[in-house]
Design a protein. Structure first.
Length: 371
């Protein structure tokens, strides 16, 4: 268990071993508290914490699964500018839990840097492919392992073999649409509202779709971030800790006021038991609405589906690329262009396919009326 709320945490970040000498609080201690907050907690519904039924700091979980020598390096790696965003830090921390499971399969009690070899990675990758794991998921987990190993080698200034080589990285086909985020049409978004069972369902769907945001923005928002008045606004912290202020449409502001119900502080969105809503809660809400509405058959409606849908609908409405990019807070216009190109490619392919069928429509039609 991590007790490094102060002294020990400073030692981990500074690369020192703990001592008995009393000293005043340091910047390193402040930094350790910051990374604890950045990594956040894992909800009780997470597979790792489900049996315990309580939230746990990701930092505590990492301390449990890593060796004593590796854990300080992991802390400094996750604290470094190598990983620029909070979401990526949390995803990488969660990915290490999977590598710990694999390390245990190999006979190691805990995960350590170097305990997984390049041959082990080849075995893991082939096994994941056999089990139907998507190439993008495999690539992300490999990226976490590779990033940590590279950081450790640079920090120690000694050669540390990277178990992830180019031969083990899946080739991602940019034209493969089977794993791309699907887009709901406007009437399908409307169907989600039609099947809402509570005001929370409506507000969650409206916030995620309307502002084309990421789920973490709304789960981490507090009532203090919502400023009611003649021109209501809400402060949102976006990817990379970028603060943004969005005007709230009056109707949505009124719904939010009704949902808050007079509370003056605490989380903006609460579950039925009065706890801060997390991404698992939001996923369940949207998945339930999607299944009841009968959209995306065979796939779940997720927050990213709503984000992709909103950006696509802005393109359909004639919004300029740079305006969509700004609204989405994409650092690279190529990311925004990806949504638009998929939409335009779909329309073009549909037109080309229709033209091919129309050439022989009279021959094809007779099979519809044949006895």
């Amino acid at each position: 268990m991590v007790r490094a709320s102060g002294r020990d945490g400073a030692d981990l970040l500074a690369g020192r071993s703990g001592g008995e000498i009393e000293r005043p609080a340091t910047r390193a201690e402040d930094a350790f508290r910051r990374i604890r907050e950045e990594l956040g907690q894992v909800a009780p519904r997470d597979p790792v914490t489900r049996k315990l039924g309580v939230r746990r700091d990701r930092l505590e979980i990492l301390a449990d699964i890593c060796t004593r020598e590796t854990f300080p390096v992991v802390v400094r790696w996750l604290s470094s500018a190598t990983i620029p965003s909070r979401n990526t830090r949390r995803n990488y921390a969660d990915d290490l839990r999977f590598w710990h499971d694999f390390a245990q399969e190999l006979g190691h009690e805990r995960f350590s840097i170097g305990c997984i070899t390049r041959g082990d990675v080849t075995t893991w990758r082939l096994s994941e492919e056999q089990r139907g794991r998507a190439d993008r998921s495999i690539a992300r987990r490999l990226s976490a392992l590779s990033s940590l190993t590279t950081y450790a080698a640079e920090e120690a200034q000694v050669f540390v073999p990277n178990p992830v080589g180019r031969a083990n990285r899946p080739r991602i086909d940019r034209h493969d649409r089977t794993t791309a985020t699907p887009v709901l049409e406007v009437d399908e978004i409307g169907a989600l509202y039609d099947w809402a069972e509570s005001l929370l369902d409506v507000v969650v769907t409206a916030l995620v779709y309307t502002f084309a945001g990421r789920v973490s923005e709304w789960c981490e928002a507090d009532i203090e971030d919502f400023h009611d008045g003649r021109s209501p606004v809400i402060d949102v912290t976006r990817k990379g800790n970028k603060g943004r202020v969005f005007p709230l449409p009056p109707l949505l502001a009124d719904l939010l006021i009704k949902l808050i119900g007079g509370r003056t502080d605490g989380p903006l969105l609460l579950d039925s038991e009065g706890r801060r809503l997390d991404r698992h809660d939001v996923d369940r809400i949207l998945t339930r609405l999607g299944k009841r509405a009968g959209v995306l058959l065979g796939r779940d409606v997720t927050p990213h589906v709503l984000r992709a849908s909103r950006l696509t609908h802005m393109h359909d409405a004639g919004e300029k690329l740079e305006d969509i990019q700004t609204y989405a807070d994409h650092a690279d216009p190529a990311t925004t262009l990806g949504y638009i190109k998929r939409r335009d490619e779909d329309k073009k392919r549909a037109s080309q396919a229709a033209a091919g069928a129309d050439l022989f429509s009279h021959q094809l039609d007779r099979w519809l009326v044949a006895a």
